[in-house]
Design a protein around this ligand. Structure first.
Ligand code: NAP
Length: 248
């Protein structure tokens, strides 16, 4: 379904990003693996080996997407190696939760800088390439809480609501150029990001989920595969909720 394509997936050494990388590779897509911290270097190499066994090519690029030049370099390296970038998944994201009275300025700035500005940095780098090649699929990772809000996450919810606004605006800008721009809004997915929640918090979340379970990274990867494929060619500017029915 994605045979011979090239996908750049930010923050792809663990969690949802890793699951998307494996799913895309299983469909024949070449993968640009991105990581930020030294500690993820081993994970990146292990993932590259795992994906290589599926018969596709990989490129590992260390880049902090919050840094404009590093994000640009990530996308340029992908173009250099594969001659094109068919798919960008803006997946990398962080949380720094606190109630407003305890949330300091740097907690707000760093979450906005990675989740919103980091996505912009990658979009800015990939758009000229996609315009030139006259096709592209962009998938931005939003969140259910960017739509419905969540106490203790003013910074995170603002960043994800921003991602949704950016998705819709860019979909309108690029719609006539054969470039689809969509967002996925995951609910609570079982990854490192949510493993820090207490049992009580998880219980409270589950009471709001009609499907009565946390999501799996693969639940998101399946939808990301659909949005990267030609099966979704007539879909743009949408926010696809993959949240067990939390928001409807
Ligand atoms: P995760 O397990 O914490 O993984 C996040 C990944 O992003 C890590 O590989 C991390 O690498 C990378 N990353 C963070 N900042 C980065 C930066 N500045 N530059 C490059 N990479 C960076 O999180 P996840 O649960 O898979 O989440 C993936 C995406 O889904 C995020 O955008 C998140 O907001 C969104 N989401 C998750 C959930 C959920 O319940 N899990 C729900 C809704 C939305 P380092 O370790 O090197 O920082």
């Amino acid at each position: 379904m994605l045979k011979g394509k090239c996908a750049v997936i930010t923050g792809s050494t663990r969690g949802i990003g890793k699951s998307i990388a494996i799913k895309y590779a299983s469909l024949g897509c070449n993968i640009v693996i991105n990581y930020r911290s030294e500690k993820d270097e081993v994970n990146a190499r292990e993932l590259s080996d795992e994906i290589g066994k599926l018969g596709v090519n990989t490129l590992i690029v260390k880049a902090n997407i919050a840094d404009f030049e590093e994000a640009k370099n990530l996308v340029e390296k992908a173009k250099e190696k594969f001659g094109k970038v068919d798919i960008l998944v803006n997946n990398a994201g962080i949380t720094k939760d606190n109630l407003i009275l305890r949330m300091n300025e740097s907690d707000f700035d760093s979450v906005i800088n990675v989740n919103l500005k980091g996505s912009f940095n990658c979009l800015k780098a990939v758009t000229p390439i996609m315009l030139k090649q006259k096709h592209g699929k962009i998938i931005n990772m939003a969140s259910v809480v960017g739509v419905i809000g969540n106490p203790g996450q003013v910074n995170y919810c603002a960043s994800k609501a921003g991602v949704i606004g950016m998705t819709k605006s860019l979909a309108k800008e690029l719609g006539g150029k054969n470039i689809n721009v969509n967002a996925i809004a995951p609910g609570f997915i079982d990854t490192d990001m949510t493993r820090v929640l207490s049992e009580e918090q998880k219980k409270n979340i589950l009471s709001q989920v009609p499907l009565k379970r946390l999501g799996l990274a693969s639940d998101i990867a399946n939808v990301a595969a659909f949005l990267a494929s030609e099966d979704s060619d007539y879909i743009t500017g949408q926010v696809i909720h993959v949240d067990g029915g939390m928001a409807m």
